[in-house]
Design a protein around this ligand. Structure first.
Ligand code: TYD
Length: 131
């Protein structure tokens, strides 16, 4: 459910020459099998618009900011990501939409499995019907 969504703080190594954030295996409850990133998002665009059957994803605004609208079929919640050292853990079975991307923003995603179209629910009506 929406209560299983977590904001996870990513360890940060502060340095006047620039900071480093590191994600090692204790940060996430799964082994990362895929990394992708969303960038060059035009203003006003909406991404996501799906749920995963089994996969979990961890989203980080490594640059800029964007909003994530989360829905478990009953409750909705909006999370703004705008820090490179704070990520959003989305468990399986959550509908998500990404919107309000700032110019130059980058959304880094660490996924629990390899790309598999069969793991997507891309129609909200189907998502709702399965709940
Ligand atoms: P999609 O899941 O619709 O993007 P988003 O939810 O971020 O708006 O993916 C867009 C296209 O990219 C779609 O044709 C599937 C493809 N794709 C891959 O081939 N591999 C991947 O790991 C991802 C995330 C997408």
């Amino acid at each position: 459910s929406i209560n299983d969504i977590q904001i996870i703080e990513i360890p940060k190594i502060v340095d006047h020459r620039g900071n480093i954030s590191v994600i090692e295996k204790e940060v996430l409850p799964y082994e990362v099998k895929r990394v992708y990133y969303l960038y060059d998002v035009p203003s006003g665009a909406v991404r996501g618009g799906h749920a995963h059957i089994e996969q979990a994803e961890f989203l980080i605004a490594v640059s800029g900011s964007f909003d994530v609208i989360l829905n478990d079929g009953t409750n909705e919640k909006k999370v703004t990501l705008n820090k490179p050292n704070k990520g959003l853990l989305i468990p399986k079975g959550i509908w998500r939409e990404l919107e309000d991307f700032s110019s130059g923003s980058v959304c880094l995603v660490l996924a629990s499995d390899v790309y598999d179209e069969a793991d997507y629910i891309r129609e909200y009506a189907n998502f709702k019907a399965q709940k």
